[in-house]
Design a binder for this molecule. Sequence first.
Ligand code: ADP
Ligand code: MG
Length: 239
Amino acid sequence: MTTPALEGRELSRVFGSGDTAVHACTDVSLEVHAGELLVVRGPSGSGKTTLLNLLGGLDSPTSGTVVVHGEDLGAMSEAQSLALRREHLSYVFQSFGLVPVLSAAENVEVPLRIARLDPAERDRRVSDALELVGLGQHAAQRPFELSGGQQQRVGIARALVSSPTVLIADEPTGQLDSQTAASVMDLLHELVHARGLAAVVSTHDPLLVARADRVLELHDGRATLHAREGRHAAQHSPA
Ligand code: ADP
Ligand code: MG
């Protein structure tokens, strides 16, 4: 049994206290392995964003713990946790999160500038990432010159350019029409299996669940896990 890329162990998050306390996430446990796409599905307010923020280390659990490649984020210093998350985790945002004045290529390059890579290596990685999401021909265009689906592809390329092992995407298709949403989910599914990524993707759209290897259903912050085709099924069956 291999070590999961990402685990949540009995994660709970309570906002506020006393009579007004909101139990946004209650005792949720999950694991995601390399090459696996876990979809977190639930209606608005069911705790998807809360859970994904905990998993990504953007928020701290009230109780429970997050483990990245066997390392417990709760048991290390903030600096160590940040370093581990920077090395392994990438995020895709519902609202794309692109910088309007930058071209597609420049947007994808942002995480590499932070990582201080040399320019030639940066250019190579940026064009590889854009090719990977099918936007090789659109490198020079600004976000407003691209469709919503293309903008989200830029967001995905930016997430991949730092070669993460775990991708966390909170309703990445929430602002897209259903056909475009399906094609973006297809792309995520393809990338997860082609590159051996572990991905956690939330959605409230039942149609997108078809692309999942496994589904975690959230209701009022509580989870039910459904094995769609059994663990690691994706390695045996074509997409
Ligand atoms: P989803 O992403 O599925 O729509 P959320 O995780 O955003 O659900 O929210 C789950 C519940 O937690 C909701 O009742 C929401 O109002 C509450 N909640 C989320 N964030 C906060 C916060 N920072 N403070 C108080 N309540 C919050
Ligand atoms: Mg949300």
